[in-house]
Design a protein around this ligand. Structure first.
Ligand code: BT5
Length: 266
């Protein structure tokens, strides 16, 4: 990846800056440094390798050289941390839509809140963080996608996949990144304007993997006593709506609850 295609997003006015690196700890860290150095626009940071890629709650994110898309968007945003989960949902939607559009035979789906799934395995994850420069907040959606990965370490072999493993062909990483970032920036503009997710609710719910299926909910490793629930979709705030046996709808916020299929992860 040389960043040339991504630079077109600068000429289109979607980004102020593209930073292409060979190796970083985490692209989210570079985004934070940028804000600390006084940058106050919209930037994309992308790297061939991350030596300390991370998931939520400090979990490790496997980011080997030259096979994936490891990138972070950073932009100034009105409002507060409540927005982060909505930006995660917008990122998942941008990824799934871009993948499906590049290859119409591919059926990427979203596992609420932060996974994109192919063939019932995780192909992509999102970690959205925030930093303040004292005056404004900056939102940092960090996106990891296994693109041309040929194999995974044993601990991931059962639950991870790549676009290559799922489709049997190699993918052009940079043009996929361009397509995702273009969608995501436009979604974040719209979200900044209207403050809720009604404008993507229908397309998100259409791609939601467990929609109308039964799932088990757990929080801090404790199963909900009324499991299973039926997934109905997201609401305008990005909460997951689940229906219990009596037909009562509950709304679940991100971060509180894990959603698992009855037979496994999905
Ligand atoms: C995530 O966390 O899925 C968020 C991943 C975000 C990665 C991007 S890359 C660019 C930016 N910079 C960063 O440092 N991070 C972001 P979570 O839902 O907590 O899932 C983490 C779990 O996914 C791990 O505990 C593993 O089980 C699994 N995992 C790790 N690496 C993986 C990979 N490459 N593909 C699929 N699953 C993986």
């Amino acid at each position: 990846m040389n960043g040339k295609e991504l630079e077109t997003l600068v000429s289109e006015g979607l980004l102020d800056r593209v930073i292409c690196r060979e190796q970083v700890t985490s692209t989210n860290d570079v985004a934070k440094e940028l804000v600390r150095e006084g940058f106050n626009g919209t930037a994309l940071i992308i790297s061939e390798i991350q030596t300390a890629g991370r998931g939520r709650m400090g979990r490790h994110w496997e980011s080997p050289a030259g096979t994936g898309i490891w990138m972070s968007l950073v932009y100034r945003a009105a409002g507060t941390v409540e927005k982060l989960s909505s930006v995660t949902l917008l990122s998942a939607l941008a990824i799934a839509e871009a993948v499906n559009q590049k290859d119409p035979g591919t059926e990427a789906r979203i596992k609420w809140p932060n996974d994109v799934i192919l063939n019932r395995r995780k192909v992509s994850g999102i970690l959205t963080e925030m930093i303040s420069d004292g005056k404004s907040n900056y939102i940092i959606p960090g996106i990891g996608i296994n693109v041309n990965t040929e194999s995974f370490p044993p601990e991931l072999a059962e639950k991870a996949t790549s676009l290559y493993l799922a489709t049997g062909r190699k993918w052009e990483r940079e043009s996929l990144a361009v397509s995702i970032v273009r969608r995501l920036v436009i979604y974040t503009w719209e979200f900044e304007k209207i403050g809720e997710l009604g404008f993507v609710q229908k397309s998100y719910n259409h791609l939601l993997i467990n929609r109308d299926q039964k799932v088990n909910l757990t929080t801090e490793n404790i199963s909900f006593p009324d499991n299973p629930y039926t997934v109905r979709g997201i609401d305008q705030n990005g909460c997951l709506l689940v229906e219990d046996r009596t037909g009562h709808i509950h709304s679940i916020s991100t971060g509180e609850v894990s959603v698992r299929g009855l037979l496994g992860y999905v």
